[in-house]
Design a protein around this ligand. Structure first.
Ligand code: ADP
Ligand code: MG
Length: 232
């Protein structure tokens, strides 16, 4: 679906939060590497999609009322066969209905389980004064506890993306520590610039998060994506 079509659907449903499948479809189209993710609305559909994606797979709740999916018991990783997919589907629905009573559940997102990489976050927030601002940081506690992030105003040039990667205090982690290979900085730079282009082209996008993106020795891929639109 085009950006305009996704926007129109969200508006007509009174939503500003795009779901993971919508966000990833738009970002993939924009050249940002994200895991191929499909929406299942029954356990049978989830199994069919898992067969197509290739095991192991990940299942996640898709709900306009749940934005932190793991907190609601809405993420099941490393599912190795159809039996595990069916069990995970049921568990996700049960957990999420318990955790967020009355939550509307659109379905369950199915995607392949990406190999573990260095977790990074690529994001955009809209500053009241400066407009869209890109953010880059290392994932997990590095961002949440240490606030180790770098920022640049949109639009970014290549040198801005290069600087964002080298400015964080945890830079050594990207360069590879304790036998870990260095992260593919060119792939990260590419992803940052593509996100910058995407948000510049679509001023309706108010917030965007790839959290996390996995960086590898060769390549990078976002396994979670979140897009918030401005109020119409
Ligand atoms: P949320 O942030 O809403 O809780 P995520 O989609 O980020 O949910 O999933 C939680 C965690 O599960 C991620 O931080 C990541 O470590 C892991 N994860 C999610 N999707 C995948 C995937 N496709 N492959 C591998 N790991 C994943
Ligand atoms: Mg996440």
């Amino acid at each position: 679906m085009s950006f305009e079509a996704v926007l129109a659907r969200a508006r007509s449903e009174g939503r500003t939060l795009l779901n993971e499948v919508e966000a990833k479809d738009l970002l993939r189209e924009a050249g940002v590497p994200v895991t191929m993710t499909t929406l299942a609305t029954s356990p049978d559909e989830a199994v069919k999609q898992a067969d197509a994606a290739g095991y192991p797979v990940v299942l996640k709740v898709v709900s306009p009322d749940i934005s932190h999916k793991s907190d609601a018991g809405g993420v099941k990783l490393n599912l190795k066969d159809p039996g595990e997919v069916r069990a995970a589907y049921a568990a996700i629905i049960e957990n999420c209905s318990k955790h967020v009573p009355g939550a509307r559940i659109t379905g369950v997102a199915v995607q392949f389980m990406a190999p573990q990489g260095t977790e990074v976050i690529v994001g955009m927030t809209t500053d009241a004064q400066f407009g869209p601002v890109m953010m880059f940081g290392l994932g997990g506690i590095m961002v949440e506890v240490l606030k180790d992030v770098s920022f640049r105003l949109v639009p970014l040039e290549e040198k801005d993306a290069t600087q964002m990667l080298s400015e964080i205090k945890g830079k050594a982690i990207l360069d590879g520590v304790r036998g870990q290979p260095a992260a593919d900085l060119a792939a990260l730079k590419h992803a940052i610039l593509k996100v910058s282009d995407f948000v510049q082209a679509h001023p309706e996008v108010q917030e965007l998060d790839l959290n996390p993106m996995f960086a590898y020795a060769d390549g990078a891929i976002a396994v979670d994506a979140r897009i918030v639109l401005s109020e119409s």
